[in-house]
Design a protein around this ligand. Structure first.
Ligand code: IPM
Ligand code: MG
Length: 361
């Protein structure tokens, strides 16, 4: 097959991990006889430096007409001034919105050999295999917000807002995903305090009527963060709004040993030239300014995001599985980037980890 993939390395380690994923893409293309045409565009801080905006028009246009988009990370201390008029993160939010990517899928699995890398005790980790589905184009991230001065005091606000329709479509997607797995869905909310979350709980309950085979558990977000540590293996699919989903996936990522391992797929309704959902794929980690430029970042989250891209946006299941197996094998071989290495153990750099994965493709 031929596919057009837009590549957005972004800032910091985004550039390093995307380079790694592109080496894997090339190997897959060669092995399975596909033509993957990739084109790089600017987003985030580097786009602010070059064009004064975090999402230049040409990047937006390229993404909208691509079969799929692969992204590294955005942001960094250079653009962190709280009074700056533009921020790198705005580029990411704007492209998610422009592409209509309302569903962010974040699978969390633990490779058995990485049990030591996780801060949790091994007996707690046995059987961890969950999928967090985060609503991505609504909620607190996209409600009315602003900063102003009144009565000699500075003010700031953001609004958490959802329509029943927005809740319904993400809930349906989550119930469908649960149906294909262990048939359990935990809906994360704060219905004891927030009006918008009472609408969330009510709407999820309505959707649940069409899924009598799926067991629904409503969990308050504060309790959910606790249960993720005390009984992580009890969760199958979790569905949450934008803000809560952002928070619980950073926590959940540590169940896999490191946040650097976790991929994500953002999907919407728009279909690409192959009749598959157009999507944006990115690791859940950020630009990691503390290690950027040193070539030691863990590329696994981005390489696994590439596997999700091949599966969801191109329908290339064999190729996706080949990548996932290669990552598993590299980890079974004992290869570890610094974030995964136990104290005092030898670690490899980004290139070496990528090479260790490539030998299995
Ligand atoms: C994520 C990130 C982003 C988010 C930031 C970089 C805007 O934390 O994808 O989880 O908050 O959505
Ligand atoms: Mg986040």
């Amino acid at each position: 097959m031929q596919a057009n993939i837009v590549v957005l390395p972004g800032d910091g380690i985004g550039v390093e991990v995307v380079t790694a994923a592109l080496a894997v893409l090339e190997a897959i293309g060669r092995k399975f006889g596909h033509e993957f045409d990739t084109e790089e565009y600017l987003i985030g801080g580097c786009a602010i430096d070059a064009h004064g905006t975090a999402l230049p028009d040409e990047t937006r246009q390229a993404c909208l007409s691509a079969d799929a988009v692969l992204l590294g990370a955005v942001g960094g201390p250079k653009w962190d001034d709280p009074n700056a008029p533009v921020r790198p993160e705005q580029g990411l939010l704007a492209i998610r919105k422009a592409m209509g990517l309302y569903a962010n899928l974040r699978p969390v699995k633990l490779h058995p050999d990485l049990i030591d890398a996780s801060p949790l005790r091994p007996e707690r980790l046995a059987g961890v295999d969950l999928l967090v589905i985060r609503e991505l184009t609504g909620g607190l991230y996209f409600g009315e917000g602003g900063r102003w001065v009144e009565n000699g005091e500075e003010w700031g606000k953001n609004t958490m807002i959802y329509s029943a329709g927005e809740i319904r479509r993400i809930a349906k997607l989550a119930f469908d995903a649960a149906r294909g797995r262990r048939k359990k869905l935990a809906s994360i909310d704060k219905a004891n305090v927030l009006d918008v979350m009472r609408l969330w709980r009510k709407t999820v309950a309505e959707v649940a009527e069409d899924y009598p085979d799926v067991e629904l558990e409503n969990v308050l977000v504060d309790a959910a963060t606790m249960h993720l540590l005390s009984r992580p293996a009890s969760f199958d699919v979790m569905v949450a709004g934008n803000m809560f989903g952002d928070i619980i996936t950073d926590e959940a990522s540590m169940l896999s040993g490191s946040m650097g391992n976790l991929p994500s797929a953002s999907l919407g309704q728009h279909l690409n030239r192959h009749g598959k959902p157009q999507g944006l794929y990115e690791p859940i980690h950020g630009s990691a300014p503390d290690i950027a430029g040193r070539g030691i970042a863990n590329p696994i989250g981005t390489i696994l995001s590439l596997a999700l891209l091949l599966r969801h946006s191109l329908g290339l299941e064999l190729e996706a599985t080949a990548i996932e197996n290669a990552v598993d094998q590299a980890l079974s071989d004992g290869v570890r980037t610094a974030d995964l290495a136990s104290d005092g153990k030898k670690s490899v750099n980004t290139q070496q980890m990528t090479a260790a994965i490539l030998v299995h493709i």
